[in-house]
Ligand binder design. Sequence first.
Ligand SMILES: [Zn+2]
Length: 526
Amino acid sequence: MAAADIVLTGAAVRTLDPSRPYADAVAVKDGLIVAVGGAADLREWQGPGTETVELAGATLVPGLTDAHSHPVWGLELASGTDLSAVTDLAALRVALRGAERREGWVLAWGLNHNAFGGREPHHALIEEALDGAPAFIRLYDGHSVLVSAAGLRAAGIHGPREFVQRASVVCDAEGRPTGHLIEHAAMDLMTRVLPRASFTERGARLLELLSGMAATGIASAHVMDLGGDALELLASVEETAELPVRLRLAPWCMPGAGDEELEWLIAVQREHGRDWRVGGVKLFMDGTVEGGTAWLEHADCHGTGTDAFWPDPAAYSAAVHRLHHAGVGTATHAIGDAAVRHVLDTVEALGARGAGAPVHRIEHIETAPDDQLGRFARLGVAASMQPPHTAYTRADHSDEWSKRLGPERAARAWRCRDLRDAGAVLALGSDWPIASYDARRVLATALAPRGAAAGHGGLTGLMALEGCTTHAALAAGESTTAGRIAVGYRADLTALGVDPVKAPADEIADAPVPLTISSGRITHRT
Ligand SMILES: [Zn+2]
């Protein structure tokens, strides 16, 4: 028998493999798990070239997956000054006054809508702090930006625009832009004038970012974007380095996509590198509650939120049908109740699907009514949710998200537990850079949801762990190759200083991460 590359001993192993839930040792070779058992059983795998890693006191679990992340696009989303700690206008002005300039621009991100204290975002609120500088400030949800007067001028934005997707250049009563640009097409008006990091710089930042993720136990990530030169960037990074986190990337299918674009989305599924591959297509059924662009069955308190992101929702359904019949799975961003319903209706209309059919999943699901919960399991639609987002809301419902929805819908915030109890597959993620990528924080907030979601029960420790392992694999159609510690499975492994199934949320959040292995490579150790 050939010797293993790595043998892990000393840890309590939680395999999540129903045929052998617990073990003491694991052997890894050529990127795969080759043996799972007692320490004595694995002695025969030890050879002269084998590295033995002693993990006394740790719990070894399948490598954690972040089922919704933006590490590549996020390099741009999260460029400039981090405003995530800003809670009011005064603090925003202080932060902008001290912000670093890049080619004269103030770039910032992570701003909470609550910082405006219920007012509409308007550049006039920040001009004095900017002293005439062009500024591009991303709101935390990634679905809108506030641009200063000089920034608007630089991009030639002087009034309202028409888009093929639900997007807008917000204007005042006189038709002058307020600087608030909502949704992708409107934000894209700025792209050509913004300063941008070089290709090499972005490659270096990607590696650094992925190393940071691996240090929190992340072995793989479902990346919900693949735009611009991302394919070239990944290929070029892999020429000289190994990715610390394996990536599965889903390019976007936006409203207005014609045959040619759909053909490209299907063809690009073949693209892959050593530790990345294209997998599935990302679509948007709506925007965000805070931005007034979530698609709701009934309007929010401002009278907005009754429109889908696809002006013709039937065109969305047609795109999903086309992708499905080409064997391509979809992941649809759907936050509002009407958006969730429409995606479920769309999958229902695909008819019966056999084993091996592409997996369709819904991202976010921030407020779901009772009558939709059981449909996930019945239709085989995976739910993908981000428990850390609950921290942007408040338990007393005084936050923008809760106020817009009103008490009845805010009471249905992030129903992770209800979906699991209704039999759904539930994958968990961070949505970095919308929230911290720390996998321990994803697990901890799944156990103990925050803000508006604090009222209902969290997941059990096992459900939360499954959300980052077996259920994440199911949501990616990879359940026969990933997500558990079993012979023949991908060697993705995470060692934690606590048992995530039994430890309380606060201990998980602070747990040491002695080791992370991705595709058989040690990507982090302490
Ligand atoms: Zn996202």
